[in-house]
Design a protein around this ligand. Structure first.
Ligand SMILES: NC(=O)c1ccc[n+]([C@@H]2O[C@H](COP(=O)([O-])OP(=O)(O)OC[C@H]3O[C@@H](n4cnc5c(N)ncnc54)[C@H](O)[C@@H]3O)[C@@H](O)[C@H]2O)c1
Length: 346
């Protein structure tokens, strides 16, 4: 079958990547969607079962750090668009095992960029999915795309370093890159190491939601469908060489987030909400908040459409309807508890 466009999504089996792949496969039967992913601990094959038989979907299990594999993919497929999402993403784990973050997030990005540039077929867009965390924390400053990057943990430092690499391909070769920096994303199928599924998982096990430290941390949460729309807007209307913030004005303190989830899941009166909270010592270094402005993306016509009330309702319902999706998810599955336990490096 002839396809009008071939899109390579790296990290397409992960949380955001699987939503992106599903959306592309369903909306564009005339596009070939290739997912390259090494199926790290945070993936479930079930995330893509609704599209895995699609005639326009191909899965390649492999490592983005493998130049021979990437060169082979770019030399055998006429890739038009890359969405590069593959990454190590858990901030806490990045303190424990920074070298694995450096390898995947920086070296992996270098390998994908180099392979994409040497390909005979001319790439139309290379979209690098970065994070608001590259700005570092702010108390009152709202970051726009020209704000300096001041990452404050190993995860965000590797994302910022990868951004510099991506940007250098624009500066040196006019390679058609675009960078997105988005707020925290939430929604169905997110692995239980991230805050919303972590709280839901604890509550499912009748455990309390653990709040780290006493400082008033808050986060801006964007529903995953809105992020996918942002990526597609950037693909069609974004200007090459540019960076686009993807954000929401909706900000919620982590304690309030926990209380909302307790109320929804446990259905207890307000007077009993605190019984389900447990305050524990703070993590190595957690930024208080990351406010960003996304006027630049809004000028392309994008708006966050899903309200917090609707997004969190859909998310909680999904976790309730799919209690076994992350079958062996307890607090011990995941990088801190298992795979990375003995991997403390410099
Ligand atoms: N989740 C968020 O709140 C958020 C916010 C802003 C930006 N981002 C960025 O979006 C991207 C996706 O995030 P996510 O939340 O879906 O993360 P995730 O951890 O759910 O998914 C990451 C994916 O990358 C894959 N991967 C890891 N190492 C790989 C390797 N060496 N080769 C091939 N694949 C590999 C994993 O198997 C997984 O499928 C990341 O680049 C992340 O930095 C995420």
């Amino acid at each position: 079958m002839d396809f009008n466009r071939t899109v390579l999504v790296t990290g397409g089996s992960g949380f955001i990547g699987s939503h992106l792949v599903c959306s592309l496969v369903r909306r564009h039967p005339d596009w070939k969607i290739i997912n390259l992913d090494n199926l790290d601990y945070c993936c479930s094959p079930r995330s893509l079962e609704s599209v895995e038989d699609g005639a326009n979907y191909t899965f390649i299990r492999g490592d983005v750090c493998n130049p021979r594999l990437l060169n082979h993919i770019f030399n055998t497929e006429n890739i038009d668009v890359v969405f590069h999402l593959a990454a190590k993403t858990h901030v806490e784990a990045s303190f424990v095992s920074p070298s694995s973050f450096r390898r995947v997030n920086i070296d992996g990005t270098r390998v994908v960029l180099a392979a994409a540039r040497q390909a005979r077929h001319r790439l139309q867009r290379f979209i690098y999915v970065s994070t608001d965390e590259v700005y570092g924390a702010s108390l009152d400053e709202v970051f726009d795309e020209s704000s300096p990057m001041r990452p404050s943990n190993p995860y965000s430092a590797t994302k910022a370093a990868a951004e510099y690499l991506v940007k250098s391909y624009w500066d040196k070769y006019k390679f058609p890159i675009i960078i997105t920096r988005s707020n925290n994303v939430y929604g169905p199928r997110q692995f239980t190491e991230k805050v919303i599924p972590r709280f839901l998982n604890l509550l499912k096990m009748n455990k309390k939601c653990t709040i780290h430290g006493t400082l008033p941390k808050s986060r801006h949460f964007l529903f995953v469908d809105d992020v996918i729309e942002a990526f597609l807007t950037v693909l069609e209307k974004g200007i090459v060489g540019e960076v686009y913030n993807v954000g929401t004005s909706y900000e919620i303190p982590i304690v309030q987030l926990a209380r909302e989830l307790i109320k929804m899941v446990k259905n207890v009166p307000d007077s009993e909400l605190n019984d389900w909270l447990e305050f524990v010592p703070d993590r190595p270094r957690v930024d208080l908040r990351y406010p960003i402005s996304c006027e630049k993306l809004q000028q392309l016509g994008w708006r966050a459409e899903v309200s917090w009330a609707e997004g969190i309702r859909q998310t909680v319902k999904w976790y309730q309807d799919n209690p076994d999706f992350w079958a062996d998810t307890s607090e011990v599955r995941g990088p801190i508890g298992s795979k990375f336990e003995s991997a403390t490096d410099q």
